[in-house]
Ligand binder design. Structure first.
Ligand code: NAD
Length: 239
């Protein structure tokens, strides 16, 4: 089994900027204002406007050669794609089963959908649905009447790590590919520890985080430069 763990760098060459190295800004916005529960409490309209822009941008962008390479890999092998990205470019490239541990831009949920693990279960609303237009200011949950918000994970919120599924696959993984992540956003970055004993590990990034590279074959450069070549090499070796 092959696990591909991706971050924002995978989609950079599709025209979706990352925010590391941009002074903590995401498309010119302060992260704490648009991607935290406190930001939501302080200015919900700003947060919704920000994600409405992301929704339109991400709908317009197309998968790049690295997304297609992952799809090609999944056509030939048992591949699990775990992504921190909220865009759906892997799906657009044809990858069927993607674990979006930070949520998806094309879903909405009730603001009382607190995520996993369930806390204060009696207060929660489990409404969640796919959307074809961004959440608008004033949109209310059809189930409980509270406000709707984008189904993305903000800093400080619980991440859907699918821990049970991770333990199910851990011993079966023989290739682990990490691409386009600073490996600084936790708990997502814990996946590098979780899969540390995988025999064959690759790390693709133009500025790889030197603190996490033990045991990896490091491919310094962009996703579109290295992933298609790596996939061809894996196919040559295993088919
Ligand atoms: P990140 O922490 O995953 O860091 C981005 C990494 O991508 C950096 O290490 C950088 O060197 C690398 N990179 C840049 N260009 C690249 C390329 N062409 N090929 C390969 N790697 C490249 O991501 P982040 O930007 O710090 O974002 C953290 C969180 O913010 C994400 O987990 C996500 O929730 C959200 N985010 C999502 C998107 C998206 O969905 N596309 C974009 C920006 C931010």
């Amino acid at each position: 089994m092959i696990v591909v763990f991706s971050g924002a760098g995978l989609s950079a060459e599709s025209g979706i900027p990352t925010f590391r190295g941009a002074g903590g800004l995401w498309e010119g916005y302060k992260i704490e204002e648009v991607a935290t529960p406190l930001g939501w409490m302080q200015n919900q309209k700003l947060v919704l406007d920000f994600y409405a822009q992301r929704f339109v941008q991400m709908q317009e962008c197309q998968p790049n050669a690295a997304h297609f390479a992952i799809a090609e890999l999944a056509n030939h092998f048992d591949v699990v794609c775990i992504t921190q990205n909220i865009d759906t470019l892997l799906e657009k490239a044809g990858v069927k089963d993607v674990w979006h541990i930070h949520g998806r831009i094309d879903y909405q949920k009730c603001e009382w959908h607190f995520g996993i693990p369930p806390m204060y279960a009696e207060w929660q609303c489990d409404y969640q649905a796919q959307i074809n237009k961004p959440v608008q200011w004033g949109d209310l949950c059809p189930k409980c009447g509270k406000k709707l918000r984008p189904d993305v994970v903000w800093f400080g919120e619980a991440v859907d790590m699918q821990v049970d599924n991770l333990y199910k696959i851990q011993s079966q993984v023989n290739i682990f590919i990490v691409v386009g992540t600073s490996a600084q956003v936790y708990p997502a970055a814990n996946l590098l520890k979780f899969f540390q004993d995988v025999p064959e590990k690759y790390f693709i990034d133009p500025h790889p985080n030197t603190e996490v590279l033990a045991g990896f074959t490091v491919m310094t450069g962009t996703a579109t430069k290295h992933l298609p070549a790596l996939v061809e090499a894996i196919k040559l070796k295993l088919i």
